[in-house]
Design a protein around this ligand. Structure first.
Ligand SMILES: [Fe+2]
Ligand SMILES: [Fe+2]
Length: 271
């Protein structure tokens, strides 16, 4: 059984430092096998925000990795940094990779960068990126759970104004053959678990589309701060959202959602 902690939308610059310290300790105590952060580590991609994000990441247990979100590219009023060197600060403070990955015998987790300077808020995946992802998943161990990490979502919670990712349908077609199992994303600041068969039709395949809320920032939409914990093994995946409790000043696990791998893809199962 593997445990993956899924954080997102930290938005340092609009983050609560005390909450960040509690979150880091909470995650450390869980002793996960992997921690992933699905983008928007900062609010305006400023140096001091990246420094704070780096310090937070250093408090998380390893292995861990992050992919960029649209807020991690400097704003238009810094045109040199926005258009010419959009990831210079990311590379300086977070790491050399925009699309890191992690693999062992049981899980293959691949990051994709969906934030591009030519898109304003929405995300995009290109055919070249899709081919790279396909190659990585094809190289995974035969029974490994295949997890994609992207900032922008491949599905949207009901009644939400955001657009779907550009290239999402193309990517899904590419991922049918290696059989991606789970897509972790953020951006909409609400936790949600969907099913790809409801959005993208693919015969005999489906992926769980898992959104995390904003873990520690005050950029709340319709719910409290949150993060997700995934437990995976033996053809089962359980997603447990953890929501911030304002009275106890702690993250509290709520309503785990369990899925079992069936002949036509993931099916809901009693947790
Ligand atoms: Fe965000
Ligand atoms: Fe975002």
């Amino acid at each position: 059984m593997k445990t993956i902690v899924h954080l997102s939308d930290l938005h340092f610059g609009r983050a609560d430092p005390a909450m960040a310290a509690i979150l880091a300790k909470t995650v450390r105590d869980m002793k996960p096998d992997l921690v992933v952060i699905s983008g928007d580590l900062t609010q305006r991609a400023r140096k001091d925000e990246f420094k704070a994000a780096r310090a937070f990441m250093d408090e998380l247990p390893a292995p861990r990795f992050a992919v960029p979100g649209n807020h991690d590219i400097p704003a238009h009023y810094e045109p040199w940094h926005h258009y010419v060197l959009p990831f210079r600060r990311w590379h300086r403070f977070i790491g050399p990779e925009l699309e890191p990955s992690f693999a062992d015998a049981e899980i293959s987790v691949v990051g994709v960068n969906t934030a591009h300077p030519w898109t304003i808020k929405g995300g995009q995946v290109t055919p070249l990126q899709a081919m790279r992802i396909q190659k990585e998943f094809n190289a995974a161990k035969p029974h490994a759970l295949k997890v994609l990490v992207a900032h922008h979502p491949f599905d949207i919670p009901p009644n939400h104004p955001h657009d779907l990712i550009v290239g999402g349908e193309m990517l899904f077609k590419t991922l049918v053959e290696p059989g991606v199992d789970v897509i972790l994303s953020g951006h909409v600041h609400e936790h949600h678990v969907g099913h790809s068969a409801e959005r993208y039709r693919a015969a005999h395949r489906s992926a769980l589309l898992v959104h995390a809320g904003t873990a520690i920032s005050d950029r709340l939409r319709r719910e409290a701060n949150s993060f997700n914990v995934l437990s995976a093994g033996d053809g089962r995946v359980t997603v447990t959202p953890h929501l911030w409790d304002y009275d106890d000043r702690a993250y509290v696990a709520v309503e785990p959602q369990a899925f079992i791998r069936g002949a036509a893809g993931w099916e809901r199962s009693p947790s």
